[in-house]
Write a protein that binds this ligand. Structure first.
Ligand SMILES: [Zn+2]
Length: 60
């Protein structure tokens, strides 16, 4: 899998650098999450996710 995850916001993407955080992304992630409704998702609130999308549960 070539998808990478931002180390701060956990968003999954192909780019080497997160456009939101301006941080390098990591291939070392686990736990695929789809957040549809961040306002009503406890896990989204725990990870401080505010935008719907695909995320990693853990990123190293
Ligand atoms: Zn980010």
């Amino acid at each position: 899998m070539v998808t990478k995850a931002c180390t701060r916001c956990h968003r999954l993407m192909e780019e080497d650098r997160c456009a939101v955080c301006n941080l390098t992304t990591s291939k070392n992630w686990s736990g695929f999450l789809i957040i549809v409704d961040p306002d009503n998702s406890p896990i989204a609130q725990e990870l401080q996710i505010t935008l719907p999308g695909e995320y990693a549960l853990r990123v190293r």
